[in-house]
Design a protein around this ligand. Structure first.
Ligand code: SIN
Length: 537
């Protein structure tokens, strides 16, 4: 398989890139599951942007959006990246609507929602399934574009680079080894232009709002290819994941109750009906997520209660059904009518703010390799992401990445005489017959990350996590090299890498900032006000 552009991941970032790249050459997009299994498709709240025709009445401006983003980022946002990405929001939104994405309107104008940390209403949404609507439009557009080959159930095992093939001169990307999950075959996909858009790593934690596919594939692939990785300690915990000990199945365990519900007046209360978040921040339930998640964590520890509650019972009858039909209907399926009962909620891992280090164009430290979306760390989010900024980042940086790639590595200037790439060699054992090892290790990683590396950390717990992860990594490596690869083994391998990167970055940050809070160093310190950047070799 050879293509001018190889895109790994089919969420908003990967497909936005592919749809523009298709004007310049052949594009292969691979995704390890079906195309709708992305964090994008699961996004409820929306996409934040200040548009010309929305700011007139609201008093909002791009400058306000920039200020809110910088405020949430706790001193670590790269202001140039923030300005570029937020400043180009309108063009990206027009790009999405041009592909057929439809956002809710009121009297012909976009209807705007509000979420934590935003000073104004500026969230475009499609009820409470915004990501699904964006995914639908982009997937349909990709299917209609002749230059795009969209391959589902194709899992990128590893990137191929000149240095991995033994060349010492400039390191550049050559493609990827890819597992076809349906046939079990591994093939070389050749391309001098590769985009990592494989999303985040929520599944590293026991409780997460992410789909099962969020196993850190993007950051793990970039890391193993030698790209620099940054700020993995900043994992965002969403304050309101539905808590239902009786529910089973991944969907129930990771069911998100959108922050937009608080934007429309939902209030977090404890079992006595007290609004406890107000003690942490005057913005109460609508403070930025790091503050709200820590307030909940404190309340749970203080009261030993299993959950807190999100109360919307004061809203007019029918409001939830109309504005949040997906949330309202899903809760009804679990036996809860949120119009008359408060919703039990707990925080859960939600978003990876760090990732493969890039500039504002998605360019990584490896030639020809770009990273976009949650897999990347562009500097937009800093130490904490402002809600609904990530779909925007995916769409904007995808556009910039294509422009930069065409400037630096246009297809007509592909490197002459590309080196031969060896075929994939399967491990000795035909089929792993010890699935229990995979499931046990998977479970152990997620539990230890939840217990030792979640909302509140300490040096001791981080060191303990690092030691356990080292053993797990060794075991996974032996398993990986000894057996024929399967998606389960590949996900476990990426999961343990992502977990290790989080712990390694967290151990280096001896302060509390944004999403990284440690009891041993509870205050921010000026000397740590920089990115945590690490490289494999
Ligand atoms: C939500 O709907 O609360 C999620 C929005 C986001 O994480 O940006």
């Amino acid at each position: 398989m050879t293509a001018d552009f190889l895109v790994i991941g089919a969420g908003i970032a990967g497909l936005s890139f592919a749809l523009r790249a298709a004007r310049h050459g052949s594009v292969t997009v691979i995704t390890k599951g079906d195309a709708y299994e992305s964090n994008t498709a699961w996004a409820q709240g929306g996409i934040a942007s200040v548009l010309d025709d929305t700011q007139r009445d609201s008093g909002d401006t791009v400058e306000h959006h920039i200020a809110d983003t910088l405020d949430a980022g706790a001193g670590l946002c790269k202001e140039t990246a923030v300005r570029a990405i937020i400043g180009e929001g309108e063009a990206a939104i027009r790009g999405l609507t041009g592909h057929g994405a439809s956002f809710d309107r009121d009297n012909g104008h976009f209807e705007l929602g509000k979420e934590g940390g935003h000073s104004h209403r500026r969230i475009l949404h499609a009820k409470d399934t915004t990501g699904r609507e964006i995914a639908r439009a982009l997937i349909e557009a990709a299917h209609k574009t002749p230059n795009i080959t969209l391959l589902e159930h194709h899992f990128a095992i590893d990137l191929i680079t000149t240095s991995k093939l033994g060349a010492v001169a400039e390191d550049r990307v050559l493609g990827a080894y890819v597992l076809d999950r349906k046939t079990g075959e591994v093939r070389v996909f050749r391309s001098d232009r590769v985009v990592l858009a494989a999303g985040g790593c929520g599944k590293v934690y026991l409780y997460t709002t992410n789909p099962d596919s969020a196993t850190g594939d993007g950051v793990a692939l970039g890391w193993r290819a030698g790209a620099s990785v940054a700020n993995m300690e900043f994992i965002q915990f969403h304050p309101t994941c539905f808590y239902n000990p009786a529910a089973s199945g991944p969907e129930a365990r990771s069911f998100l109750v959108s922050e937009a519900v608080r934007g429309e007046g939902g209030v977090l209360i404890n079992s006595k009906g007290e609004d406890f978040t107000i003690n942490s921040d005057p913005r109460g339930s609508l403070a930025p997520r790091d503050i709200v998640a820590r307030a909940i964590d404190r309340e749970l520890k203080r009261t030993a209660a299993p959950c807190v509650y999100l109360d919307v019972t004061h809203k007019p009858k029918g409001f939830m059904r109309e504005r949040f039909p997906y949330i309202h209907g899903s809760l009804l399926k679990y036996g809860l009518d949120c119009e008359s009962q408060p919703i039990p909620v707990v925080p859960a891992a939600h978003y990876q703010c760090g990732g493969v280090l890039t500039d504002v164009n998605g360019k990584t430290t490896v030639r020809g390799l770009f990273a976009v979306g949650e897999a990347a760390c562009t500097g937009l989010h800093g130490a904490n992401r402002l809600a609904s900024n990530s779909l925007l980042e995916g769409a904007v940086v995808a556009r910039r990445a294509l422009d930069e790639m065409m400037r630096l590595y246009p297809p007509e200037k592909s490197a002459p005489n590309p080196p031969p790439i060896p075929e994939w060699e399967h491990g000795d054992v035909a089929e792993p017959d010890e699935l229990v090892v995979i499931y046990h290790n998977w479970d152990e990683i997620r539990r230890l990350m939840w217990d030792y590396v979640s909302i509140v950390r300490t040096d001791n717990r981080l060191r303990r996590a690092a030691a356990r992860l080292m053993n797990l990594k060794k075991e996974v490596r032996e398993f990986y090299w000894g057996h024929r690869v399967t998606a389960d083994i590949l996900e476990l391998r990426n999961l343990v890498s992502a977990a290790t990167l989080i712990v390694e970055c967290a151990l280096r940050r001896k302060e509390s900032r944004g999403l990284h809070f440690t009891l041993d160093h509870p205050e921010p310190e000026e000397r740590y006000r920089s990115d945590t950047v690490i490289r494999k070799f």
